[in-house]
Ligand binder design. Structure first.
Ligand code: UDP
Length: 328
């Protein structure tokens, strides 16, 4: 297929682009480089500089490149920032996706794979989370993603859209032999932050809360390797030839505490660094783990990276080879 990868210069999009190319698809990366990195675009893909706000350009690209399917990773992802700038988040995450869907609809392209998030569940009453639990986001980021899911749902009912919404848990690690990793500025995700401490780029790693009702008092999250995340997208894309609406959680099902992640980075890197215990971060549920049985049964997907040490090793290789990120 000719696949348009919106946000293909970002962390997840670049790994997806690489996997599409490795599996016989032609990938066209559409990115405004506001967050992504041109060096992360694999050479097999064609790069198109463009903004999702530019409806006319989207139509032209979909027509000229004979696009068969669209995968959409171009979104803002910072919960805290979304609380300070809800309009900005709705504009980029919702309005621009609306533009993209309009352009697809105009050109008669009906296959759409959408990056959604576990943040759509808010503070769930049960874990592991199954897809049917209530969607009650507690911040504009989660709400903007959920609004897109609803838009896709109603559009799919017209018969003109087949879509997959994939709700990610904690994507991490680096793909393509540890060449494509996380490089966010500013960084807010746990594993790259710990690695920064291991590299001596920050004076410590702060643990946000040590009084949760978990085995060591710190939060439990479900860390899924980027390649497992992307392989599920590939399977979902294939399903869209026959299915109009598919929604899956993507996690690896194993929860790890913040302390366990810190110890794993220490072990993998062989470095010691300062760990500071601080107050809870607002809006953090104690435990967020995915029940991904639905994706496993219906897509035939199986996460390969189940061991946290192996996952962290790929991230460590990426960051230690590029301590200043891509542009460094
Ligand atoms: N966390 C932490 N210190 C940090 C960053 C994150 O203790 O400097 C914790 C955070 O409270 C959460 C977990 O690590 O329990 C994962 O956080 P992250 O921001 O990576 O992902 P989230 O689960 O919020 O999507």
């Amino acid at each position: 297929m000719n696949v348009l990868v919106c946000g293909g210069a970002g962390y997840i999009g670049s790994n997806m682009t690489a996997m599409l190319a490795e599996n016989g698809h032609k990938a066209y990366v559409y990115d405004n480089l506001s967050k992504g990195h041109i060096e992360a675009v694999v050479p097999e893909a064609e790069f198109i500089y463009g903004d999702l706000a530019d409806y006319d350009k989207l139509v032209r690209v979909i027509r000229d490149k004979k696009i068969d399917a669209v995968m959409h990773f171009a979104a803002f992802i910072e919960v805290g920032e979304s609380v300070k700038d809800p309009l900005g988040y709705y504009n980029n995450n919702f309005c621009n996706t609306h533009n993209l869907l309009r352009a697809m609809d105009f050109m008669g392209v009906n296959k759409f794979v959408f990056s959604s998030t576990a943040a759509t569940y808010g503070m769930p009453d049960e874990v592991p989370i199954v897809e049917t639990l209530p969607k009650e986001p507690i911040n504009p980021y989660g709400e903007s993603k959920w609004a897109v899911e609803r838009m896709c749902h109603f559009q799919s009912q017209t018969g003109r859209l087949n879509y997959a919404a994939l709700r990610y848990f904690n994507a991490c690690g680096a793909g393509r032999n540890s060449q494509l990793g996380e490089d966010h500025k500013p960084e807010s995700h746990l594993i790259p932050l710990i690695i920064q401490a291991a590299l001596g780029q920050r004076e410590d790693i702060k643990i946000f809360g040590t009084d949760y009702n978990t085995k060591d008092g710190t939060c439990v999250r479900d860390y899924i390797h980027i390649e497992d995340l992307c392989s599920a997208h590939l399977l979902a894309l294939e399903k869209l030839s026959t299915e109009s609406e598919i929604v899956f959680n993507l996690g690896n099902g194993n929860g790890y505490t913040v302390r366990e992640v810190i110890e794993t980075v220490k072990k993998v890197s062989g470095k010691d660094f300062k760990v500071t215990e601080t107050d809870r971060r607002a809006g953090d549920p104690a435990v967020l783990t995915a029940d991904s049985a639905k994706a496993q049964t219906q897509l035939g997907w199986k996460p390969k990276w189940t061991n946290l040490e192996d996952i962290v090793e790929t991230a460590w290789k990426f960051h230690s080879a590029r301590p200043n990120g891509y542009s460094g």
